[in-house]
Structures are given as structure tokens and as C-alpha cells.
Design a protein around this ligand. Structure first.
Ligand code: ADP
Length: 305
């Protein structure tokens, strides 16, 4: 039995935290405060876990948090009004809408109405389009964090076969695009994929963002593959990932634990995106983001020690 390497999110998150805290302090010295608003409609267990994690990350880098919670019964008109108020609020640097929204509220409301320059999770057509074209953008923090975690540990992406499980617009699909921009060959799977295991077994990199605890089992993973887990599945009050660690650890070369893997890096990328949004607002456009998000010159975080 091999011993898989555990790719902890803590060291890359700590490196990001130092960089973001320094940038936030620079802005503060110039009288520019930073605040991220998180908008939660209703009360979803996984969203609350994520929000608490974001709050801790923001505190650690000196960014304010404005939690906005609306009742589950909020209607479309009210939601759009709240979004527009946040767009105009000069005290709010960035806005993260916690998804999924309750069933009666289409995600498109947020995509259509949120200001692209405050869109710290890259969900608006402007940012999603720019990401797909490889242009500077505010990128979805979860998949961007996943790529930076792999970079931190020196895991090669170019020329590798990657299978992404889950095609949501905030995780799976943008991850597939980011991997493709880094010269991986990508297969994007979802609920209607007929034989998921047959595909994952070929992959050098398996990334799961399906929201199904224990979906990825050892027999679905090639020996020596790297497994990236984005799942945040609350089961009986416990946070689990999509990866069945007991069986995957026996065959994979490396995997991210849950919690403590992709999550901490996601929260730090979100904090950095908030700083980036402030720079973009100051400069009046996306060029300010170019240096830090250009896929052709990926920012590599030097491993510590
Ligand atoms: P997230 O926001 O974490 O990406 P979503 O619930 O929005 O999660 O999307 C879940 C994605 O995972 C969907 O694309 C869905 O098709 C995919 N998915 C869910 N369960 C399975 C499964 N058993 N096999 C393959 N794909 C799955």
C-alpha cells in the first residue's frame, strides 16, 4: 500500500494571507478601506460553513466583512434591489453571493445585475467571458485556489489528463477552463456522464466538485494520480468532501483533505480578489488585475522552508 501525500491547504493559504495582508495595508495607509459583503438568502448548512471560513480569512488580512442575510422567501424584485444597493455602496469593495439560491430565485439574477468590478467570485458574464478568453479577470476563487494549491506543491498540469467531476458555473466549469489554459487535457463530467469511473481511472488529475460525499472511491482512481477535492458535504453535522479518503489514500499519489484542503485556499483567493477589486475600481478597469491573473504567467507561490 502506498502512502499518499496529503496536500494541506494551510501552507499555501498562509503564503497568500501574507501577500494579501500587505496589499490591504498598503491601501489602508492611503485611506482606502476594504469590505467584502457576503449575501446569503435563506439558511443552507454548507453556505454557513463557508461563510464562517470567509469571515476568519478576511479578519486575518484586515478586510471588513458585511454579512447580509435575507429570508428564504425573498422575491426577485427585492433581491435585485439589494444587489443594486451593494453595487452603488462605496463602502463595499466586493460582493459574494452564496450559492445556491433558494429554488425560486434564478442564479441569472445575480449574474445579470452584480457589478463586474465587485464580482469577487467571477460569476458575471464579463468575468466568466474574460476567463474563457484568458484575459485578466476576477476569477472564481474555488477553482483558482485549487490551481494555486497544485502550483504550490509543484504538481505539473501541462500535458496531463484531467477529469473534472461537476460542471457548475462557479467550480467545475471554470476549473476545466483554467486547467485547459494551463495545457492540461480536460474531460468535464456531470450527473449524466454514463460511466464516470471509466473516465476518472484514466486521469492523472481527478478534481471533484459534485457535492456528493464519498463519490470518488479508490477503485475509480489510477495509481499515482493526484486527487483534488472541492466537495463540502455536511453529513450529520460533519463536514466531508467528495473523496472517500480511506480507499483513495491507498492508490493516489496525493490528495487534498476535507476540511483543510482546498477550502482555506479558496477563502484566501477570495480575500485577494477583494483587494484586486479595489485596485480595479481605482484604475477603472481590469488591466490592474493583469499581473496577478494572467494564465500565461501563473503566479507561483514558493514553498516555504
Ligand atoms: P458546486 O457548486 O459545488 O459546483 P453544484 O451542486 O452546483 O455544486 O453542482 C454539482 C455538479 O456535480 C453538477 O454539475 C452535477 O452534474 C455534478 N454531479 C453531482 N453528482 C454527481 C455524480 N454522482 N456523478 C457525476 N457528477 C455529479
Amino acid at each position: 500500500m502506498t502512502t499518499a501525500r496529503i496536500l494541506s491547504g494551510s501552507p499555501p493559504a498562509a503564503a497568500l494571507r501574507r501577500q494579501t495582508a500587505a496589499a490591504a495595508a498598503l491601501l489602508r495607509d492611503r485611506g482606502i478601506g476594504l469590505t467584502l459583503a457576503t449575501l446569503l438568502v435563506g439558511d443552507e448548512a454548507a453556505a454557513s460553513v463557508y461563510r464562517a471560513q470567509i469571515e476568519r480569512a478576511l479578519q486575518g488580512v484586515g478586510i471588513g466583512h458585511l454579512p447580509v442575510t435575507l429570508p428564504a422567501a425573498t422575491d426577485e424584485v427585492r433581491l435585485v434591489r439589494v444587489i443594486e444597493a451593494l453595487n452603488l455602496d462605496q463602502g463595499v469593495t466586493g460582493v459574494l453571493v452564496m450559492l445556491p439560491l433558494p429554488n425560486h430565485l434564478p442564479t441569472s439574477l445575480i449574474q445579470e445585475h452584480l457589478s463586474p468590478l465587485k464580482d469577487v467570485d467571477g460569476i458575471t458574464p464579463e468575468n466568466a467571458g474574460r476567463l474563457h478568453l484568458g484575459l485578466p479577470a476576477l476569477r472564481p476563487s474555488t477553482p483558482q485556489g485549487g490551481i494555486e494549491l497544485l502550483d504550490y506543491y509543484g504538481i505539473q498540469l501541462s500535458g496531463r489528463l484531467a477529469v473534472v467531476v461537476g460542471r457548475s458555473s462557479v467550480v467545475g466549469r471554470p476549473l476545466a477552463m483554467l486547467l485547459s489554459l494551463r495545457d492540461a487535457t480536460v474531460t468535464l463530467c456531470h450527473r449524466r456522464t454514463p460511466d464516470l469511473a471509466a473516465l476518472t481511472r484514466q486521469a492523472d488529475l481527478v478534481a471533484s466538485a459534485a457535492g456528493q460525499a464519498g463519490l470518488i472511491r479508490g477503485e475509480m482512481v489510477k495509481s499515482g494520480a493526484v486527487v483534488l477535492d472541492f466537495g463540502v458535504d455536511v453529513v450529520d453535522g460533519k463536514v466531508l468532501g467528495d473523496v472517500d479518503v480511506a480507499t483513495v489514500a491507498a492508490v493516489a499519489a496525493a490528495y487534498t483533505p476535507t476540511p483543510g484542503g482546498t477550502g482555506p485556499v479558496t477563502a484566501q483567493v477570495l480575500a485577494r480578489n477583494t483587494v484586486a477589486a479595489a485596485f480595479a475600481a481605482l484604475g477603472g478597469g481590469y488591466e490592474e488585475l493583469g499581473r496577478q491573473t494572467n494564465p500565461r504567467s501563473p503566479r507561483r507561490l514558493a514553498p516555504e522552508g
